[in-house]
Design a protein around this ligand. Structure first.
Ligand code: ZN
Length: 271
């Protein structure tokens, strides 16, 4: 079970020479299992890179792709119209998330925004509204509601005794959502979490629905996770600022790393 990051930036891809190290594609990560159908989280612009990569390989294990949405803000949906797998009639794409997936994409992929209507995509698209855990073979995916404008899901992914928690776009609520996120993170091998805000930005950004590296470290320590991946970097933070965030986090939680495009995290346990 590996996690591959195709986009680690939040809000908007805003490229510059000062942001090469971590990249600027918006959220998309893949969980890779040997001999398993593809499981992808979020359709930010990183999904475009995943599609290009799969095309080069000849679309292996792509007849059925499972795509889970944390929520539908632009930075989490913008890559779907440019994901090459949706232009293959052999692909079945299953979209999972909160209610409204069909409305989101039939409004996004329509005139005058898109030359190709959502309904005309060659791939077979199936929509599954989630409010409870779902099993995909021996992989179990559990949605956990987060504190974010219009709502958001974290996903706990469990496979043969290993667990990854993907928790993007969340702000501590000081109440029930913090408690359910803590329960979901408990004992995880890897916690991938929203670290958008610098600590000095927190006060002016209350209610925006994002966390800082301090919130990530606090949760990682309380929940006893093994590795913390800081994710959803602010689009206006350059490489130096993101690296500084990693350094600060490592002082309190040494196994902390900032996600970057192309990063692959192995999640395996000794037999
Ligand atoms: Zn976001």
């Amino acid at each position: 079970m590996d996690v591959v990051f195709w986009g680690a930036r939040g809000s908007v891809p805003c490229s510059s020479k000062q942001k090469i190290t971590y990249g600027t594609n918006t959220p998309c990560l893949e969980m890779v299992f040997s001999d398993h159908e593809r499981i992808v989280f979020d359709a930010g612009t990183g999904l475009v890179s995943l599609g290009n990569h799969l095309e080069k390989l000849g679309f292996p294990n792509c007849d059925r792709i499972h795509l889970f949405f944390s929520h539908f803000h632009w930075d989490h949906v913008q890559g779907l119209p440019f994901f090459k797998a949706v232009y293959r009639k052999e692909t079945t794409l299953r979209l999972y998330g909160q209610p409204g997936i069909e409305t989101v994409f039939s409004s996004q992929m329509t005139a005058p925004f898109s030359p190709v209507p959502f309904e005309a995509l060659p791939a077979k698209i199936e929509v599954i509204t989630l409010d409870a855990p779902i099993a995909l073979g021996d992989v179990r995916v559990t949605p956990i509601p987060l504190n974010h404008p219009q709502g958001c899901y974290a996903y706990a992914v469990e496979h043969r005794g290993r667990k990854i928690l993907y928790a993007t776009d969340t702000e501590p609520d000081g109440g029930p959502m913090d408690a359910s996120l803590l329960a979901g993170a408990r004992g995880a091998d890897v916690l991938v979490m929203d670290s958008n805000n610098a600590v000095e930005e927190l006060e002016q950004r209350r209610g925006w629905g994002h966390s800082s590296w301090v919130d990530c470290v606090n949760l990682a320590q309380k929940a006893g996770v093994k590795k913390l991946i800081l994710f959803h970097h602010d689009p206006f933070h350059d490489d130096e600022k993101v690296t500084q965030k990693q350094r600060l986090a490592q002082e309190r939680f040494p196994d902390s790393f900032c996600a970057y495009e192309g990063m692959r995290v192995k999640v395996s346990r000794e037999p």
